[in-house]
Design a protein around this ligand. Sequence first.
Ligand SMILES: NC(=O)c1ccc[n+]([C@@H]2O[C@H](COP(=O)([O-])OP(=O)(O)OC[C@H]3O[C@@H](n4cnc5c(N)ncnc54)[C@H](O)[C@@H]3O)[C@@H](O)[C@H]2O)c1
Length: 360
Amino acid sequence: MVVFDEVARGGHEQIIYGYDDASGLRAIIAIHSTALGPALGGTRFFPYDTEQDALVDVLRLARGMTYKAAAAGLDLGGGKAVIIGDPATDKTERLLRAYGRIVDSLGGRYITAEDVGTTTTDVDIIRRETRWALGSSPAEGGAGDPSPVTSRGLFAAARAVADFIWGDTDLAGRRFAVQGVGKVGAAFVQLLVEARAEVIVADSKEEAVKEAVENYGVKSVDVEDIHTVDCDFYSPCALGGGLNDSTIPGLNCQAIVGSANNQLATEDDADRIAARGIVYGPDFVVNAGGLINVHDELHGYSKMRAMHRVDSIFDATRAILLASKEQQINPNQAAVMVAEKRIEEIGDLRRFRRSGEDPR
Ligand SMILES: NC(=O)c1ccc[n+]([C@@H]2O[C@H](COP(=O)([O-])OP(=O)(O)OC[C@H]3O[C@@H](n4cnc5c(N)ncnc54)[C@H](O)[C@@H]3O)[C@@H](O)[C@H]2O)c1
């Protein structure tokens, strides 16, 4: 793989490789865009089979963050980092702090947070070396685990979709099939049950299903069947790529709203979903709650302000669905359009240099 070719294809600004012999740290940070602000995105700790797999993943994820931040109307660019290794066995204080020093060397061009394989506690450790890490624990003055906030954003998005389809935001009596009841999925199920929606869940971990059934009184089906459940909303809250040419024909829902990143296996899948008359809430719009929440720490975390902004996912989702209807494009294309327009319009402001800015 030729790295520069790959970067040129995705339009990334910078790739940083970080290594620490003593701890075995092997990290790649990808900065996709700083047009709207510092590149914010979490650190994924994952046992990639090859260095190439890690690079492909970090480039893809960093680009996604640019669109997520722009569509949410934040003054943030997009970036992401991966640490190659097994978080269960390879994660040490030395490694996380060595990584924190590499993040610090970028002087705020890249700001990190938690992601798959990293936790709020890890962010606390990284923060011992850099202030450019968000989502630390509440005891350290941070916003804590973003998952409940992400589920709050999903709930707002589902209400907007219900309004768009049925002219009624109320989710009472609506039927949801939730794939994956981990941190976000379980919190989402709780909100749905509180709103008197009917919920069916599936998870590849038996324990997670058991907990959801016991805690919330919901029903469950096998993981292979969850996307075919007859329902109003299908909610992918597990891994990406679940909406593809083999699963889309089996969908039996009116709408899709879920937290998983990169739900569409290919961009054509958004057309396949639309052709089936199903309304798709673009993943990077509906799952932005966690990002909006950690972003608030940059201004001194205010829960009230963060929740207010997360609830505006209702308006963002509604605007995108209306644009897609008006312009006869699928919702994913409409969301990309909104994000690109913001990057162009607001990013362009920086051409106007303010007095006192570094003249170089
Ligand atoms: N945590 C956040 O705030 C946040 C924010 C934005 C996006 N996301 C995305 O949302 C998704 C869920 O995040 P999370 O933090 O809840 O992760 P998690 O690991 O806590 O939960 C994922 C759950 O999905 C289950 N699962 C995996 N494969 C499955 C399959 N094929 N069928 C059914 N269940 C399966 C897992 O067993 C696990 O219980 C991820 O894709 C994540 O990237 C999370």
